[in-house]
Design a protein around this ligand. Structure first.
Ligand SMILES: [Fe+2]
Ligand SMILES: [Fe+2]
Length: 138
């Protein structure tokens, strides 16, 4: 599986787009390294740590922009933050699953990561970017 970067994923906000492209690159690297077979638990562990760390930085970037443009008290941001919080919560659950050697935990983690990032980047982050840009020119 390979995620192809599409023009519609761009938000027009450079710092966000650069980080999103890096995330897609990371995902593709992990998927490409393990074609058609299950990722080993140690690689899954490394992947989980990397996606936790990078997501923290990325969510902080979006939160900082929301604060700077004073949209951080709007419903849009509250829902957006809820999505980020959901991701963090799910990754903690995956961490427990990996620790407990839950069957198919690695497959589920990889499916979650690719699905969550692609849908978040192409959906909610587009809405967020629009609100950020509207606030900047208002
Ligand atoms: Fe994002
Ligand atoms: Fe986001």
């Amino acid at each position: 599986m390979n995620i192809v970067w599409k023009a519609e994923y761009c938000t027009g906000i450079e710092v966000i787009d650069t980080q999103h492209q890096h995330l897609v690159l990371l995902l593709n690297n992990y998927f490409a390294d393990q074609p058609q077979q299950e990722v080993s638990p140690s690689v899954a562990w490394e992947m989980l740590k990397e996606f936790n760390g990078y997501a923290d930085d990325h969510f902080a970037t979006e939160e900082h922009l929301a604060q700077q443009t004073h949209i951080d008290e709007t419903g849009l941001w509250i829902i957006h933050k809820g999505s980020h919080d959901y991701y963090i919560k799910r990754l903690k659950e995956f961490q427990q699953d990996l620790e407990q050697h839950t069957p198919r935990a690695v497959d589920k983690l990889m499916a979650f990561l690719s699905y969550w990032w692609v849908t978040h980047i192409s959906g909610e982050d587009q809405e967020l970017a629009k609100a950020l840009k509207d606030a900047l020119i208002a």
